[in-house]
Ligand binder design. Sequence first.
Ligand SMILES: [Zn+2]
Length: 210
Amino acid sequence: MEAVRVLHDILIVWGWIAKMTTKFTYLFLIILSFAAFASAQDRQVMAQAERITGDKFPITLQTSRGATIYAAEEPTEAMLKAIDKGLTDLFAVARKNNYSKKLNYSDYTIYIARPDRMKDGTGKYSPDIAVGAAQYAGTEYDKGGYIYAAGMVVSQGKMAFVIANHTSDHARVSDLVRYEGEHLVLYHNDRRRYESSKDHSKGGGHPILQ
Ligand SMILES: [Zn+2]
């Protein structure tokens, strides 16, 4: 009888292990498919950033506050610090406007592109990227099919934007991060205000949030 009882107990334990293993397998598969979906989305955003800028972004790193950076060329420590400061300023002004969603450094992905010009029309240091004119065609910004942009949103959903690499005037970097970030904060907190402020070809610029 003793042997039968031991065998019975072993079967129960075995059954329990099998059940838990099945559960963990399902859980594992679910996590795996979420990860695959997320990385497919990341690849789409990367492809979009490459298309907008004509650059590749082989350098991946994080700012000390935790924002994700993809860079065409190695950014300086001052550049990364300026990005964190821009996000800090953005979160402060967002809270002032009673917006609370997506105010974590880790929510943001910033692509640092190679600048397509170093100075603006007045000769001032202004690393900008050339992008297709699109809705800016025929406006004062149009330089013949393209415009120079200081920054541009790459993905609203994945909270990504692109700016050009700077080697000085890092205050400008903080401003640009705050400005592009305004579009993303509005997209996730106030869709109506986002829609009415996203397109600068009809006038209106930055800062949007006061
Ligand atoms: Zn803007």
